[in-house]
Design a protein around this ligand. Structure first.
Ligand code: NAG
Ligand code: NAG
Ligand code: NAG
Ligand code: NAG
Ligand code: NAG
Ligand code: NAG
Ligand code: NAG
Length: 279
């Protein structure tokens, strides 16, 4: 799998999750913190290299969590398998640490509570994994890690039958979701830790006309905001790169040329906007 193609798929669609009406008022960020702290606690009783079960609080029962501490060298040499997630060899934790803990979650019946995408239905429980610095377990300052992987991370789902309308969804902590094409059956690819799921568009017959318009409005509005945010991020990345490379005085002249290049991902997004077709 070519990473270039992957990054294109990555920008397929970006929408913002509606805030939903979560009655228990727990956000995915606070879930993440609870899960992380429990995993670090459980880690004290387990050896490096062993997958162990992490207990979840009573009021979050149904969510399955496991953890594994590994050395960075092992991650790079052999990769790591935990739950439905496979990180291939050649991955490096960013920032670099000596040991890390991988925390894996399967959200089970809580999936749609945390990840409710207007216009789409989840087809399998959402799976998440995060990585944290585990070099110093007595440190109160826990660093969340990203991965720099040469080959994509795979997340394998258990599904019955392959439907052409299945899409992979990757969920960001700031309630953004990126939808992209599923290129191999029941498998989604990722570049970094995060939450992943499989969705299908809601069938038209199921939504009443009135409701449909509202969904259209919400999804459309969110898509526009999402695109603007991606635009802003790209603009910022571009500016940073430009300032680094050119310094201030040459910057202006080159600007218009370079902006042309950064347009590509937006164009891909506008062309393939499944959200608006299916509402
Ligand atoms: C949810 O929690 C936040 C603080 O974490 C609070 O400001 C907000 O009012 C709460 N919302 C509800 C509906 O309880
Ligand atoms: C779950 O229980 C813990 C105490 O065990 C409490 O601090 C937390 O707020 C509860 N969370 C929810 C979502 O009810
Ligand atoms: C999920 O199932 C468990 C029991 O297995 C239950 O306690 C919990 O309330 C359920 N969660 C939701 C969001 O329905
Ligand atoms: C680990 O963290 C504790 C608490 O922050 C600190 O006192 C200690 O010096 C750290 N150890 C190392 C090896 O960095
Ligand atoms: C926590 O660790 C990060 C990265 O090592 C560092 O940049 C940050 O200053 C630390 N924060 C505190 C409060 O020690
Ligand atoms: C990721 O790895 C590539 C090659 O292995 C390297 O060129 C790049 O600088 C790395 N990026 C980060 C953020 O470490
Ligand atoms: C999500 O939030 C982080 C900071 O919390 C930000 O850097 C990133 O650009 C945001 N992503 C989107 C798509 O808004």
């Amino acid at each position: 799998m070519d990473l270039m193609i992957l990054s294109l798929l990555w920008f397929f669609t970006l929408i913002l999750l509606s805030s939903g009406d979560v009655s228990n008022n727990i956000t995915i960020n606070s879930l993440n913190t609870v899960v992380r702290d429990n995993a670090l606690q459980a880690l004290l009783h387990h050896r490096t290299g062993i997958v162990f079960k992490v207990p979840t609080p009573m009021n979050l029962s149904g969510i399955e969590v496991s953890g594994k501490r590994i050395r960075s060298k092992t991650l790079w040499r052999t990769g790591v398998d935990i739950g439905q997630v496979h990180v291939p060899s050649g991955a490096i934790a960013v920032p670099h640490v000596k040991r890390l803990i991988i925390v894996y979650q399967s959200l089970g019946n809580w999936s749609s509570t945390f990840f409710d995408i207007p216009g789409y239905t989840l087809e399998a429980p959402v799976v998440g994994f995060q990585a944290y610095d585990a070099s110093n377990l007595s440190s109160k300052n826990i660093t969340e890690l990203g991965f720099n992987a040469t080959d994509p991370i795979t997340i394998r789902f258990i599904l019955e039958g392959m439907k052409p309308e299945l899409k992979c969804a990757s969920f960001g902590l700031n309630r953004t979701v990126t939808l992209y094409k599923m290129v191999s059956p029941n498998v989604c690819y990722g570049k970094t830790p995060g939450y992943f799921g499989i969705v299908t568009p809601v069938l038209e017959s199921r939504a009443s006309t009135g409701r449909k318009w509202i969904v259209w409005l919400i999804v459309g509005g969110n898509a526009v905001v999402g695109m603007m945010m991606v635009g802003l991020v790209w603009l910022r990345v571009f500016r940073l790169a430009r300032n680094k490379k050119m310094g201030i005085e040459d910057g202006e002249a080159l600007g218009s040329v370079r902006v042309g290049n950064t347009n590509m991902p937006f164009a891909a997004m506008v062309r393939t906007q499944p959200v608006l077709e299916t509402g």
